[in-house]
Every structure is written in structure tokens, then in C-alpha cells.
Write a protein that binds this ligand. Sequence first.
Ligand SMILES: NC(=O)C1=CN([C@@H]2O[C@H](COP(=O)(O)OP(=O)(O)OC[C@H]3O[C@@H](n4cnc5c(N)ncnc54)[C@H](OP(=O)(O)O)[C@@H]3O)[C@@H](O)[C@H]2O)C=CC1
Ligand SMILES: O=C1CO[C@H](CO)[C@@H](O)[C@@H]1O
Length: 352
Amino acid sequence: MLERMSFCSAVGIYRIGSIRQVSVPRLLRVTSPSVRNMAQTVKLNNGYEFPVLGLGTYKSNPGEAEQIVKDAIDIGYRHIDCAKFYENEKEVGAGIRAKIAEGVIKREDIFVTSKLWNTYHAPHMVVPTCKRTLSDLGLDYVNLYLIHWPHAFKEGDVFLPKDSSGNIIYSDVDYVDTWKEMEECVKQGLTKSIGLSNFNSQQIQRGLDIATIKPVVNQVECHPYLNQTKLIDFCKKEGLVVTGYSPFGGPASIALTIPDAPAPLKDAKIKELAEKRGKTPAQIILRYLIQHGVVPIPKSSNKNRLQENFDALKFELTPEEVAEIDAINTNTRICIKTELSDHKHYPFSLEF
Ligand SMILES: NC(=O)C1=CN([C@@H]2O[C@H](COP(=O)(O)OP(=O)(O)OC[C@H]3O[C@@H](n4cnc5c(N)ncnc54)[C@H](OP(=O)(O)O)[C@@H]3O)[C@@H](O)[C@H]2O)C=CC1
Ligand SMILES: O=C1CO[C@H](CO)[C@@H](O)[C@@H]1O
């Protein structure tokens, strides 16, 4: 599986599937390694390098998010996943900027993603909303800006606008019109790349058909119970990398609201492999996703678990072990949003 591509006495470059890994001999390492000489990355279709493991920040509460981001950067994370919807971009940005100010990283060493929320799809709102995110983060640009969901809600700063019966109020805006303004964000230097999140294959295809700047990523739920092999194949064919959210099945809050929510961390096969390999269930899951070419973005607000998750970069599963995990897939979607299934752009009515 691990195939050496080239070697010189100073630096070895390996390829795991399409993942490039640059390893630097111990003597050349500095105490705070930068993404340029340490990160394992995959190349996006526009040539930018995308670190193969990121940090999720949903439910990283104001008060903890800044410290968690700082801890993650110290551990070696060089990819942070944010969103306006998470309402913590100020704190996340403060963590990133603190580490730049300390000289631990330079801006170009870290890959920052943010997302356009559903209430800002109207074309005239896209560029200003991206600028608001930049202002909250305190950064001049993000590396990747995603349309968070294909379905638009009534425009405004109320993220979940509801009518008197408690139903979400939809908007008619078509994501292909939103996409044109996402392209404008690239042209204005607000983001290096643009992409999609929670889009199904037909929606991606519709986007590709009108795009002059291609999406580089589709970010979707991905874990051993929803391993997304068909969508991954489709995305690979079209030149998109799949980022995998909720690799452990999502935050405890989701598990609490869905009493029988599947818990991949507790799966018997995952636990068996973890024991056999002397790893944790979390590491087995992250490694599994990475070896499928998915870029997982686990969230943790605990420094030990941040380290544990990061250490998934340091071992490999055999093809047989990957196949054993493939066999526990049940295509079970946790973040399913059935309450939105009558929206004309609801993404989950198709198989993939
Ligand atoms: N595009 C989209 O629509 C979506 C994007 N996302 C993104 O994906 C990220 C990750 O997904 P998310 O839904 O947060 O869920 P995850 O699957 O990453 O699970 C997070 C939960 O797992 C726990 N956890 C983390 N590490 C470990 C470990 N090693 N062992 C045991 N438990 C662990 C965390 O607790 P603790 O913090 O205490 O460690 C937390 O409760 C989000 O933060 C967000 O950035 C998520 C959902 C939708
Ligand atoms: O990014 C996100 C975090 O999780 C939320 C709850 O499921 C999602 O709605 C949202 O898309």
C-alpha cells in the first residue's frame, strides 16, 4: 500500500492512493513543523495542497474554541474546518492568529475552510457574507469556501427562519446562481478555492455544467456506517476530493436527540480491530476514511483526543482490514434533515 515515489537523502515522498506524504528526517525537523514540510496532503484539482486530516469546529464553544485551535496547531493540525453557522469563527480565528503571531506557523502553512450558510444564497449576499466571515476570522482570505447545503432558506441573519407552525421558510434561490458569486469570491481574492457540501451527484453535475471555476471538494457525512463509496467514486471521476464530516457519528448532542443514533466508535468490528492493532476506535475509523481517499475532519474539545485523532496519520490498515470495515457499512445517514425533504433542492432523496 505504501509505495515510495521518490527518495533523496533529505526527504522521502510517499503515496498512499492519491495522498502525498512528505516525511522529513528527525534532524531536519524544527520544534513547530510547518505544513509545507510535515503535512500529508492531497492535491486539489486547482493545484493547491489539502491536508488529509482536519479539525472540525462545530460545537467548539466560544470560551474553548480558541484554546482548542491553538492546541491543535501545536499538535500539528494544519487544516481547520469552520462555518458561519457554528457562530465561533471569531474565536477560531483568534486561535489561528495567535499561532501566527507566535511564529509557530505562517498563514500559508494552514488550510482554513469556511462555509456559506443557507440564508445567504441570494447572489447579492454571497461576497458580503464571505467578507463577514473573513472579518470574524481576522484573516485576509480563506483557502476554501463551500456552499454549506444546496437548499436555500429565507434570506437574513436568522439561520433557521421558521413560520408560525415551526417549519423552516425556504427560499427559491438556485445554487447554480449562488455558484456564480462563489466564483466572484475567488476572483476578488477572498478565497483560494470553492466547493460544495451536502450535494448529491446530480447536484454536483449541475454545478459542474455551469462552472467556470470548478468546485474542488464536496464535504459530506462519512463514517463506517455511511462510507459513501459511490459518491466518492463519482467525485474522484469529476476531480473533487471528498471531505468527511461526523467521522465518529457526530456530536453527543445529535446522539441524544436521536435515541438509536448509530455509534461507529462502539461498533464491535471497529473495537476488535482497535484491540488487534493497539489503536483506539477513533484512530481505526480515521485511518479507514483516509485510506478511502476521504479527508476526515473530526471535532474534539479535548487535547488528548486531539492528539489521539492526529496520530491516525501514523499507521496503516491492511487492505484486508479496510475490507472488513467496508462490510459493516449500512448506508445509515445521521445528519438526514428529513424535515427539509420537500425542499426542491433537498439532497438526500437520491441514493448518492
Ligand atoms: N458540512 C456539514 O454540513 C457538516 C460539517 N461538519 C463538520 O465536521 C466536523 C466533525 O463532525 P461532528 O459532527 O462534529 O462530529 P464528529 O464525528 O467529529 O464527533 C465529534 C464527537 O466525538 C467526540 N470525540 C472526538 N474525538 C474522539 C475520540 N478520539 N474518542 C472518542 N470520542 C471522540 C467529541 O467529543 P470531545 O469534543 O469531548 O472530544 C464529539 O462529541 C464538525 O465539527 C464540522 O466542522 C459536521 C456536520 C455537518
Ligand atoms: O455543519 C453542520 C453541523 O451540524 C449541524 C447539525 O446536524 C448541521 O446542520 C450543519 O450542517
